[in-house]
Design a protein around this ligand. Structure first.
Ligand SMILES: Cc1cc2nc3c(=O)[nH]c(=O)nc-3n(C[C@H](O)[C@H](O)[C@H](O)COP(=O)(O)OP(=O)(O)OC[C@H]3O[C@@H](n4cnc5c(N)ncnc54)[C@H](O)[C@@H]3O)c2cc1C
Length: 504
């Protein structure tokens, strides 16, 4: 028997959705858990666009850990039926529109400057954009309803380990208290705490992608589809309303996301190439205004809305790419988003985090005594996370290399869609779930690697002719052919894909 009043099997730091869903699944598996959050909910958080993979994992976690209410959040329709008060948005898929500096948006009958990839067949079956302040706040209430101890506004000052037990010293508004636990999970969404407690460093070393973001939330931004209508650009061929999707505006310097919620709020941000020297000496406002001044339609949209109360300002990140040197150690592990991050392009973060919850809870549940076999599994977990980051990094880095050349962007991005469809198929076929985005599929790895090298050679040339672009597109088409169940790069589709999620 342990006599410490705050003694738990597992202490989790961080009450984002990763920390809270992990806490719930662990408690349902028989562990005593507490969650420590340094801030206070409802709080602003970025990372809002979910995907079919995220939805599949939510459904699976709901069934496996007897959390029936979690299921409803896996589709827009059931979310609206059960929890209309928790704000979210419809996300039917991905939409991309290429803008050229100094010009208003234009395209042609072949949709040369557009790419729309639908994931779901209807609004009610669709994925969602999560208003994190609402959704994460709901989850924090849930853990407390389930009897999980929750300490907010609380920072961990120190962690000492003796006889396989952690003793955490914590501070809440100057009052110091302590908690004891056998195991610790870092769900803080950055590498800072792992460095502070365990001396494990986080860095951008080895990443191919180099980007940063400036972003906020806005109220009353006009719909992109209304602007298209004003320009007499037909949306008849579109598989979905682009505003009901993860809407991307592709720029020469990077890209913008517009994620709309159903309360007239929009998450808007620019993810920009960090190698561009002109940004390095600019303030956040100067960067924001420079992009607006270069792209008239973006300026028009942003000039019509107002900053939302939360967060109430434009936020600039540092370089987004980061990776911890280790994802676990004696008596602790880090959740995926604490281990590392690449870039928001392709919205892989939520799904990757949920995939991490699946693995972590399984590993801990199979090793309740926290003995040696757990560490074999954690070693694999760390290796997998690192391999997955490497794949995501390459997929994203290729996109940044092609943002000035939309046909190339279009062709290269099919690598991501191929990986995601393969992974979805594995899950839907109830096959053993391998690495996220099929990062352990050697055939896929090989084609991504070979095609990335082709892309590098091509983009290093002074001029890229339309013949080269056609050749590259054809190479991608041939390489993905064995896996291409969605008609990707079929010339007849003209960049409009009606339904890519594998259907069983
Ligand atoms: C600019 C940007 C855009 C993104 N867009 C998308 C997207 O569209 N789709 C997508 O899938 N993913 C996206 N992501 C990734 C997404 O943000 C993450 O996958 C997601 O937030 C992970 O959730 P989490 O709960 O692990 O961490 P977080 O959401 O970061 O939550 C961590 C929690 O820990 C708390 N905390 C921090 N430090 C401490 C501490 N020392 N002690 C206690 N608590 C602490 C924080 O206050 C916070 O509440 C984006 C990321 C960025 C940077």
């Amino acid at each position: 028997m342990n006599s410490h009043p705050n003694h738990y099997d597992i202490v989790i730091a961080g009450a984002g959705f990763s920390g809270t869903i992990t806490a719930l699944a662990l408690q349902r598996s028989g562990f005593t858990v507490c969650v420590i959050e340094k801030g206070m909910h409802p709080r602003f958080a970025i990372g809002e666009s979910s995907t079919p993979i995220a939805d599949m994992i939510l459904r699976s976690l709901s069934a496996q850990y007897d959390l029936p209410w979690l299921y409803d959040f896996s589709r827009y329709g059931s979310w609206q039926q059960s929890h209309p008060e928790i704000v979210c948005g419809i996300k039917r898929g991905f939409s991309y529109f290429k803008h050229h500096p100094g010009k208003t948006f234009y395209t042609d009958a072949d949709h040369s400057n557009e790419l729309l990839v639908a994931a779901s067949v209807s609004d009610s079956m669709s994925d969602t954009n999560w208003l994190r302040a609402n959704f994460d706040g709901f989850l924090v209430n849930k853990i407390q309803q389930y009897g999980i101890d929750y300490f907010d506004n609380t920072g961990i000052i120190s962690a000492t380990r003796t006889n396989n037990q952690w003793l955490f010293k914590m501070s809440r508004q100057g009052t110091v208290s302590s908690a004891q636990a056998s195991f610790f999970i870092d769900a803080t969404g950055s590498g800072i705490l792992a460095d502070q407690l365990f001396g494990v460093q986080s860095s951008a070393a080895g990443f191919l992608t180099n980007s940063f973001a400036v972003f906020s939330h806005f109220d009353q931004l006009p719909r992109w589809s209304s602007l298209l209508e004003q320009k007499n650009i037909s949306s008849n061929d579109y598989p979905h309303d682009p505003d009901n999707s993860a809407l991307h505006h592709i720029l020469d310097e990077g890209w913008a996301w517009a994620l709309r919620f159903n309360n007239n709020r929009t998450s808007w941000g620019f993810a920009l190439n960090g190698e561009n020297p002109s940004f390095q000496k600019m303030t956040t406002a100067e960067i924001w205004n420079t992009i607006r001044n270069r792209y008239p339609d973006i300026d028009q949209i942003l000039s019509c809305g107002s900053l939302a109360q939360q967060p109430g300002r434009i936020i600039q990140s540092g370089r987004l790419q980061r990776k911890l040197d280790h994802g676990y150690g004696e008596g602790w592990l880090a959740m995926p988003h604490s281990i590392g991050f690449v870039d928001p392009l392709f919205s892989s973060g939520i799904a990757w985090s949920l995939a991490g919850i699946e693995r972590i809870v399984k590993a801990l549940s199979e090793n309740k005594g926290f003995g040696e076999p757990l560490y074999d599994q954690l070693q694999q977990y760390e290796y997998r996370c690192f391999e997955e980051l490497k794949l995501i990094d390459k997929l994203v880095a290729g996109c940044y290399k092609t943002m000035q050349n939309f046909p190339l962007f279009n062709a290269w991005s099919m690598m991501y869609f191929t990986c995601t469809i393969l992974y979805e198929q594995r899950r839907l076929n109830h096959q053993p779930v391998g690495y996220f985005l099929d990062a352990d599929n050697l055939d896929v790895q090989q084609i991504v690697h070979a095609t990335y090298n082709d892309l590098l050679k091509l983009t290093e040339q002074d001029t890229i002719s339309s013949k080269h672009i056609a050749q590259f597109t054809n190479t991608v088409r041939q390489r993905i052919a064995p896996f291409n169940t969605a008609g990707l790069l079929n010339p007849n589709s003209k960049n409009m894909y009606r339904h890519t999620v594998a259907v069983m």
